[in-house]
Design a protein around this ligand. Structure first.
Ligand SMILES: *Cc1c(COP(=O)(O)O)cnc(C)c1O
Length: 368
């Protein structure tokens, strides 16, 4: 019986046991836990890698978004437009600034639908916040054009998109700021929660720098109300270790995406993500391999019986479908995506043969 889990955290540790043990030991021996050198180094490396001027580690990407929005002046009375094909965290970050999260539909690319954005603008709209989902950047030219036309701010939920590019520019660089998540399942994951903000705006940078640490400046003075939202130095040290191989990690993910494409394209009714070379504007990092499939739930069950783990992102519900949160909109396009999408296993443990086996199983299910 094959066993191909969707994630394989124990195997990830097993692959790096000695090196990681060294990392843990060094940090513990120095007692360097909060706001120490590994964090500073990691922030500098992310900045160099993305070409974005300022990077600040924070507790998680949800905090990163909330701090960004607050630093940018988003608050009570404002509306922020987001794409409902995302994690609820995008909306909750908006909500906890005091602003109203306004959902819009996704387009055929599963990313923010630009036409819907323009329709959702009201006099209260303050910002647009696309999600760079599955490691692919949305149509930022159109989003920036609309933002410009109506005088709106732009923020990015780029939690899934470290290193993804659009027309040569990194996710997180398009508006006032973006976030990255280091949740263990992310392409660059730590051993717990972690996140960062990315911004080219010095004002946002200065404010978030204070806000993440109780509002305290380097002189010890507290000049604004702050939070405790720091990225642990131990997590930063782990991230520095994995980041050494980040190009390789992305390369491997793109390779797996290509294997999946070659293995299952052409099945009737199955729609696959764009290939790695599908267009010159995008460089995708494949946080997920999200396929649209007929009889999704039956396929999931079938694969599970064959030892293949898959995941329905966010339990198969778009954000606006959580009616207890007060949403009243209906968005048939996104709702349909959520009903038919499935994430196939894509991680640093899966082998080419295993990907091949997953593809064979899928073909088997559809008698293809
Ligand atoms: C993971 C994720 C988040 C939340 O990140 P945390 O670090 O867990 O707060 C937000 N948005 C998207 C699109 C994500 O995938």
């Amino acid at each position: 019986m094959n066993n191909i889990p969707f994630f394989n955290y124990p195997d990830l540790f097993a692959q790096h046991r000695e090196e990681l043990t060294d990392v843990f030991q060094k940090v513990a021996e120095c007692g360097a836990f909060i706001m120490q050198n590994d964090l500073v180094q990691f922030e500098q490396r992310l900045s160099e890698y993305t070409g974005i001027k300022y990077v600040l580690g924070v507790a998680n990407a949800t905090d990163a978004m909330q701090l960004l929005l607050k630093a940018g002046g988003v608050g009570v009375g404002d509306e922020v437009i987001f794409c409902t094909h995302t994690m609820v965290a995008t909306a909750s970050a908006i909500k906890f600034t005091g602003a109203t999260p306004v959902p819009v539909d996704a387009g055929v690319d599963h990313l923010m639908d630009v036409v819907s954005v323009e329709r959702a603008i009201t006099p209260k709209t303050k910002a647009i916040m696309p999600t760079q989902l599955n490691g692919r950047v949305a149509d930022m030219d159109s989003i920036l054009t609309i933002a410009d036309k109506y005088g709106l701010q732009v923020y990015e939920d780029s939690a899934q998109a470290l290193g993804a590019k659009y027309k040569g520019r990194s996710a997180g660089s398009f508006g006032l700021g973006g976030c990255i998540s280091f949740y263990p399942a992310k392409v660059l994951g730590c051993f717990g929660d972690g996140g960062a903000i990315l911004t080219n705006d010095v004002g946002i940078y200065n404010t978030v720098k204070l806000m993440r640490d109780h509002g305290r400046g380097e002189d010890g003075n507290v000049s604004i109300w702050g939070y405790n939202s720091r990225l642990d130095n131990l997590q930063a040290a782990i991230l520095n270790y994995f980041f050494d191989d980040y190009e390789k990690i992305i390369g491997r993910r793109r390779e797996i995406a290509t294997l999946y494409y070659n293995g299952i394209n052409g099945i009737d009714g199955v729609i696959l993500p764009p290939t790695v070379n599908s267009d010159i504007d995008h460089f995708d990092i494949f946080q997920n391999y999200e396929v649209e499939v007929p009889n999704r739930d039956e396929l999931k069950e079938y694969l599970s019986n064959k030892g293949v783990g898959t995941l329905i992102q966010w339990g198969g519900k778009a954000v606006h479908e959580f009616k207890d949160l007060g949403f009243t909109q209906s968005m048939p396009f996104t709702e349909n995506i959520m009903r038919i999408s499935l994430l196939l296993p894509l991680n640093m443990s899966i082998t080419d043969d295993e990907v091949d086996y997953v593809c064979q199983c899928i073909r088997g299910f559809y008698n293809d």
